[in-house]
Design a protein around this ligand. Structure first.
Ligand code: ATP
Ligand code: MG
Length: 268
């Protein structure tokens, strides 16, 4: 692969670096080709929220940290894009909240599972569930390969963090009685709409913030954590995200000018 030099002064340097990371991990087999397209759809929504962690996202992150810290069997479900973009944060978060890490893919292949496992191990993970024959259990109502889960992980989990998940799998996990935490830039997706806690933010910003928040809340009493959870209303928080987009768009509609970044093109 020809490596593209990204000039640091490029107005969208960060966004280009993220793309490069995904392309590199596509080459190693960790990221599926459809994962590249999925990222593009996410980027479009990132423009709409202003490419920063919003207030409603911070509320969801706090609730997510409380849910993970109070869970009996928390699991972080990892796919190619998440491993490519957030391997270190996945490992750090799993240690803080004592969660298991499970590879769980839409496009399952042995090669992809092993490439993801390697990314996680390189980031310091010790035990990784869901690889190969370990994913021997099935979740109901889903097509063959997509329903496979590890009987030690997602199958018995009470709280599952699924940064970047597909809508009908989110729905299936919720139907199984699990609390599902999703990270999804699109507040309108079925994932966002069906999850128990939806963090409408880019995974590259949400995961470090979730790690920070979880370590801050770790010292809190069980009572305080439960209070954070009972005060959280996902429908309200999603509505706040949509309202924020509306407000931003109506501001931009007055001048026709995109505000935050000065509107540099991608150059690719
Ligand atoms: P759903 O399956 O939930 O109905 P969908 O089919 O539109 O929604 P998928 O193709 O399953 O969505 O997944 C792509 C979605 O993942 C994007 O729309 C985007 O919101 C989200 N996404 C992609 N990259 C990121 C990212 N880096 N951070 C957060 N969300 C992302
Ligand atoms: Mg989908």
């Amino acid at each position: 692969m020809v490596k593209i030099e990204i000039p640091p002064e490029h107005p969208r340097a960060e966004s280009l670096r993220i793309r490069e990371k995904l392309v590199e991990n596509f080459e190693t087999g960790a990221v599926a080709i459809a994962g590249l397209i999925a990222h593009g759809r996410g980027e479009a929504f990132d423009y709409l929220i202003g490419e920063k962690t919003t207030e409603p996202a911070l509320k969801a992150i706090r609730a997510a940290a409380a849910a993970l810290l109070t869970a009996k069997n928390p699991v972080i479900s990892v796919n190619g894009n998440t491993a490519a973009l957030s391997a270190k944060e996945i490992v750090d978060l799993a240690k803080i909240v004592n969660a298991k890490v499970e590879v769980n893919l839409f496009y399952r292949s042995c090669e992809r599972e092993l490439a993801i496992k390697k990314l996680l191990e390189d980031a310091g993970a010790e035990e990784i569930l869901g690889v190969g024959e370990d994913a021997s259990a099935r979740i109901p109502e889903l097509g063959s390969e997509r329903r496979r889960v590890d009987p030690r992980g997602i199958l018995i989990a009470d709280v599952v963090l699924v940064p970047l998940e597909d809508g009908d799998r989110t729905e299936a996990l919720v139907k199984m009685g699990k609390k599902v935490i999703a990270v999804d830039l699109n507040p309108l997706s079925r994932t966002a709409q069906t999850a128990s806690i939806t963090i409408v933010d880019n995974v590259v910003r949400a995961m470090p913030m979730l790690v920070k928040t979880a370590s801050e809340l770790k010292g809190e009493s069980l009572e305080n954590l439960q209070e954070i959870l009972s005060n959280y209303n996902n429908k309200e928080v999603l509505a706040e995200s949509v309202n924020l987009i509306l407000q931003r768009l109506s501001e931009i509609a007055k001048t026709g000018k995109y505000i935050e970044l000065g509107g540099g093109g991608d150059g690719i």
